[in-house]
Ligand binder design. Structure first.
Ligand SMILES: C[S@@+](CC[C@H](N)C(=O)[O-])C[C@H]1O[C@@H](n2cnc3c(N)ncnc32)[C@H](O)[C@@H]1O
Length: 211
């Protein structure tokens, strides 16, 4: 929990309470439905919460921004970002119903009013969003093809609407086709822990977003 305050000052008492409550909620729910590996749950704040908040180092979502988290699993990166940006609207989507039930329970436990959860395949979700966020779902080119039509043309943030994808390791090959279109933000520029050494936020602006 201290690791969140180390990198994000100015959180309200309510936000601090919500971040603090995550550990108990995930421990409780992870016993019923496994959404986080046992090894990782001991490092929940670094590997899941702070990693998700890497996106908050790249953009501060304006109030009213609509964000879809695709393949959210137990709620990452969507839940920590929904705590961070209470005035932005988050739709957390996963194709597996059990995972969505964990997301709903955690969001209710935190009292988050800006989170909706939907069991669906990303490509079937109706509507459009300013940003599609995601971590660890599929190879980048496939991901782009899944969500290409889901990005709204109405711009309301400094960063152009599109995809914000959390990736680690060597993904040069996956980005080959998008080389001149993506912008990479190294999380090691923001966070000093070894876990973030190769972690990046990939931003891809998506235009031509008609169906
Ligand atoms: C490895 S997990 C990652 C979960 C979470 N994003 C995280 O980083 O902890 C990938 C998740 O993506 C979901 N998924 C894969 N393809 C999907 C699709 N087309 N639409 C919705 N969910 C999908 C899977 O059900 C799974 O829960």
């Amino acid at each position: 929990m201290e690791i969140i305050q180390k990198y994000f000052s100015g959180l309200s008492a309510g936000q601090l309470e919500q971040f603090a409550a995550l550990e108990g909620l995930y421990r409780e729910w992870n016993e019923k439905i496994n959404v986080i590996s046992r090894k990782d749950i001991d490092q929940l704040y670094e590997r899941h919460v702070l990693h998700s908040l890497g996106i908050a180092k790249v953009i501060s979502f304006k109030p009213g921004t609509r964000i879809m988290d695709v393949g959210t699993g137990g709620g990452f990166p969507g839940i920590p970002l929904a705590i961070m940006f209470p005035e932005a609207e988050f739709l957390l989507v996963d194709s597996i119903a059990k995972k969505i039930s964990v997301v709903e329970a955690v969001a209710a436990g935190l009292g988050l009013t800006n989170v909706r959860a939907q069991q669906n395949r990303a490509e079937k979700v109706p509507g459009q969003f300013d940003f599609i966020i995601s971590r660890a779902v599929t190879a980048f080119p496939k991901f782009v093809s899944l969500v290409r039509t889901k990005v709204s043309a109405r711009q309301q943030n400094e960063l152009a609407n599109g995809i914000l994808y959390l990736k680690g390791g060597d993904f040069d090959e996956e980005l080959e086709h998008f080389k001149n279109q993506v912008k990479l933000y190294a999380l090691s520029d923001f966070f000093e822990e070894e876990f973030f050494e190769t972690k990046k936020v990939i931003h891809l602006e998506l235009k031509n977003n008609r169906k």
